[in-house]
Design a protein around this ligand. Sequence first.
Ligand code: MG
Length: 280
Amino acid sequence: MQRRKLLTLTPAALAAAQQAPQPVKPPQAPAPAKPSNYRTSPIGYSDTPVLPGQPWKVHDIARPRPAVVTPGPRPGDPPSDAVVLFNGRDLSAWTSSKGPARWKVENGYVECVGRTGDLISREKFGDAQYHIEWSAPALIDGDSQWRGNSGVLIMGRYEIQVLDSWDNPTYADGQAGAIYGQWPPLVNPCRRPGEWNVYDIFWQAPKFEANKLVKPAYVTVVFNGVLVHHHQEVTGPMAHRAVRQYAPHAPEEPLALQDHDTRPRYRNIWVRRLKPYDQR
Ligand code: MG
């Protein structure tokens, strides 16, 4: 009976009959009903006063909304708009002050092996947010400034010090988190040698016009979740036993990690470029 019926089908109808069955879409769930106490409010205003120093009115309906950024899945993970400089696998985002980057990558971190040069990012940054994790060597093989000395050299020249500052009586403006040679951190939240520390650095680049400084750099630093600099003015580039004045440079410069001939480790390094304050 069945066979006879199939023989009567046209070739097109036969092909259609042999096609895999299409999945049946479940019926769309109806939008949830608004609760009886649902409230509405305006999404902006156009009859409000103009904000002092801004082109926008208070709650301006025409003001551009901030870009949507997807945060990383866990605290400290790079958000969707970050430039990832080191993800634990390779140094493709880096070169060095002595040619190709030769720090050692293993187990998800990169270790300074000494005398191979500062790591220098290929990309350049101006105003930026930096996330950097580091650890000093577990084996203490020196004192004071020889305990895992390194540094986050913002724009290649302004140093946030990296140093094992656990029970290390070195000078205050050379401790971990110091703006080296200028400002000690407000407090010392450094973990024990061999443990991981976290820097979140918020950087406003200096401004130069006609080769003259018109605005110094400012920096905010959160060290292991603890505020250690709060919009602190930076007085110039890093210097040892000296004071250096600002010298003009480009609006964007590479990030560098200092090779101080010790063995600190770094991991999870990312940067976000920040929109100038007056463009919000
Ligand atoms: Mg240093």
